[in-house]
Design a protein around this ligand. Structure first.
Ligand code: BMA
Length: 332
């Protein structure tokens, strides 16, 4: 099934007029692409960990996102970022090819990093903890193929909880057709009680795959969380610096039960953000990609949503938390 083109963003969301908030030009060690960041507030300041992709973007030798690590930036307002001198995280070994797509969650005053690694034997999702953004202790690594892990900011019923996106290619006849799953853990190391949370068929604006996006935030009505939703159209051709790019990534939003996050309370049937702005639809490595990775709830109810655009730059959009909750609950 081919989906309508273009899809529209929900008007409850406003893109920051100064977008993008971070580009390769802001980074001293000169990656070609800067995107798909995790963002949180930690000890009074905003912290961003972002994905760096190296390679020669103009000549196309960047393909396929082949050299990647994770950078670090701090901010006092969530808009202007002070990028640190060196990449902050990246596991180097004969087995691990690249480290990417960081997500940050503060739990009980410690900052946890979820990340993906491509290894010579499959894609794995890792969880690390840091207190200073200099030293990271890796606590667990998933079995392949799994990624897009995000942690809830509190234990629920005494357990840590994560959303994740395994990609069972054999079980899905060799095609993309991936869903969002949920697991819990007593200690962030051993994960179990794994269940399907949101199947692809439940999302009207996706026909290819889903994945968790920014880590959930607590609201009185439930855990509010974004996800990425992908549609593919085989009639699409080149759409960026790659020879072929047939996918479009939108952001969706859903609300999970506060006491039992294995239960979806509501999900907006329309995209929260669909690619529309110039930095989302043109001039990028892969155009038409919106990939949220951070969500910060401010005291006045504003939610800052951080997202990678076109796999090339990092952007910001805002919405009121009440509007986001309402979007999940309407049409149920
Ligand atoms: C996914 C990941 C993301 C990326 C997206 C679109 O598979 O690699 O990091 O943003 O594809 O290219």
């Amino acid at each position: 099934m081919t989906l309508p083109n273009p899809l529209a963003s929900n008007p409850i969301v406003t893109r920051y007029a100064g977008n993008p908030v971070l580009t390769a030009a802001d980074v001293p060690y000169k990656p070609a692409l800067v995107f798909n960041a995790g963002v949180t507030k930690y000890e009074g300041r905003y912290v961003m960990m972002f994905r760096n992709d190296y390679g020669d973007a103009e000549s196309g030798t960047l393909l396929p996102h082949n050299t990647t690590n994770v950078g670090l930036a701090f901010s006092s307002d969530g808009i202007h970022w002070d990028v640190q001198e060196k990449p902050a995280f990246g596991i180097e070994s004969d087995e691990i090819i690249r480290t990417y797509d960081p997500r940050l969650t503060v739990i009980d005053g410690r900052c946890y990093l979820c990340f993906a690694v491509d290894t010579r034997h499959g894609v794995r999702g890792g969880i690390a903890v840091t207190d200073d953004f200099d030293h990271f202790e890796v606590l667990s690594m998933s079995a392949p193929d799994n990624r897009n892990m995000v942690l809830f900011p509190e234990t629920i019923g005494g357990k840590y909880v994560r959303l994740e996106r395994p990609f069972p290619v054999y079980g899905k006849s060799g095609k993309d057709s991936f869903d969002i799953w949920i697991s819990d853990s007593p200690d962030l190391k051993y994960w179990g009680n794994t269940e399907l949370l949101l199947g692809l068929e439940k999302v009207p604006f996706a026909n290819d795959k889903l994945g968790p996006a920014a880590p959930p935030i607590r609201t009185p009505q439930g855990w509010l969380t974004t996800f990425h939703a992908v549609d593919i159209d085989h009639n699409r051709g080149r759409n960026g610096w790659e020879p072929f790019w047939r996918k479009r990534y939108c952001a969706g939003i859903m609300l999970l039960d506060l006491d039992n996050p294995y239960k979806i309370v509501g999900m907006s049937k329309r995209p929260l953000l669909a690619p529309e702005a110039s930095y989302e639809v043109e001039g990028g490595f892969r155009n038409d990609v919106i990939f949220p990775g951070g969500m910060v709830l401010e005291d006045d109810g504003e939610v800052k949503l951080y997202y990678g655009a076109a796999d090339t730059v990092e952007c910001l959009a805002t919405a009121h938390v009440d509007d986001l909750v309402r979007a999940c609950l309407e049409d149920q």
